[in-house]
Design a protein around this ligand. Sequence first.
Ligand SMILES: Nc1ncnc2c1ncn2[C@@H]1O[C@H](COP(=O)(O)OP(=O)(O)OP(=O)(O)O)[C@@H](O)[C@H]1O
Ligand SMILES: [Mg+2]
Length: 369
Amino acid sequence: MLFHARGVALLLGASIAIVTTAFLSLVKGVTNTALLVAFFLSFSSAYILIYATLEFLVFREVNKIYAALNKLKKRDLSFVDKNHHRAINPIKRINQEIFDYARDKQREINDLKKMEEFRREFVANISHELKTPIFAAQGFVHTLLDGAIENKKVRYKFLKKAGKSLDGLDMLVQDLLVLSQMETGSIKMHYEHFDMRNVIHDVFEQFENDAEKKEIDLILQVDKQDHTFVYADQHRIYQVMVNLISNAIKYTKKDKEVPHPKKGKVVVFFESDEENVTIFVKDQGRGIPPEDIDRIFERFYRVEKSRSKNKGGTGLGLAIVKHIIEAHHSKVKVSSKVGEGSLFSFKLPRGNAEIARKKMRLEEPEEEI
Ligand SMILES: Nc1ncnc2c1ncn2[C@@H]1O[C@H](COP(=O)(O)OP(=O)(O)OP(=O)(O)O)[C@@H](O)[C@H]1O
Ligand SMILES: [Mg+2]
C-alpha cells in the first residue's frame, strides 16, 4: 500500500499540509478556522497533484516495465510495439529502450538458435555424405586386400567401383569448397560479355548421352528478336546451367504414376528487355511439391528424403546455383507443378554483342596457310 501511488500521495500530501499549517500558525492573528482550511486545501491539492504525477508518469510505466520483463521471462514478445513514437516522459523512454533491447536480444537469440540447428544439421548431413563413398571405397579395397586381388576379373571391377566412389567424394568436396568460398566472398567474379547460346550448346553437348538414354529432347528455343548476349562470369554461369539442366534431365523420369509424354523435353529459352536477359530452363519432369519449393536451394536438401535411393545427387547443386546468381546481384526463380514439370529462371544484365564477338574472334585459332 505504501508504495502505491495513492499511499505515497497520501503521505506526502499530509506532510506538506502539516508543514504549511505549522508555518502558518507562526503568523500572528491567524485563526484556527484559517489554519484548518489551509491544512485541507494544501493537503487536497498536494494529494491530487502527487497522485496524478505518480500514477500517470511513474507507476503506470514502471508496472508496464514489470509486465514486459515478466513476459520476457516467458519468451513472449507480444508486448513489443513495433512503431512506437519517441516519448517525452523519461520513464516511458526507459520503458521503450527496454522494449527495444529485449526485442533485439530475442531476435539475436532466435537467429543463434536457427544457426545452431543449421550447423547441427549441416554436420550430420556432411558426415553422412562423406561416409557413404568412403565406406564404399574402403569396402572394395579391403576385399581386394583380403585376397580378391588374385582374381583378375574381380580385381578390375572392384578397383573401378572404388575409383567411382572416390570420384564422387572428390566432386562433393569440390562442391563444398565452392560453396564455402562463395560464402566467404573469396571467389571473385570475372565479368565478361558473352553469348548465352554458346554456353547452352556446350552444356547440351555434355548431357547429350544422358538425355538420349532417357529419351529427352534438349531444345534451345531462340527467337530472332531475342538478345542472348549477357554480361556475367561465363564459367560460373556455365556451372549454373550444368546444374539446372542436369536436374531437369535427372528429375524427368518415366514414372508409372505420373503421366508423361512419350518423349520428355528440356527447353531453354530467353526473354529480354532494354537492360536484362532472363534465362529460362523448363522441364516436363515430376515437379516439386509446394511445401518443398522454398527449401530446394538449401544445402543438402532433397525432395526425396531416403538417401538409400541415392542417385548420386547430394543436394548441393541448387545451393551453388543460388550463390552464383546472388553473386551476380540477381535471384533464381522457380515455379513448378507436381506431375507437370518445373520452370527455373534468372536474370542477367545484357551484354555487348560487339565486344563478345571481338573476343570470340581473338580466341579462334588462326587458320593455317
Ligand atoms: N527440375 C527439377 N524437377 C524436380 N525436382 C527438382 C528439380 N530440380 C531440383 N529438384 C529437387 O530439388 C532437390 C535439390 O536439387 P539439387 O540440384 O540442389 O540437388 P541434387 O540434384 O539432389 O544433387 P546435386 O545437384 O548436388 O547432384 C533435388 O534433390 C530434387 O528433389
Ligand atoms: Mg542437382
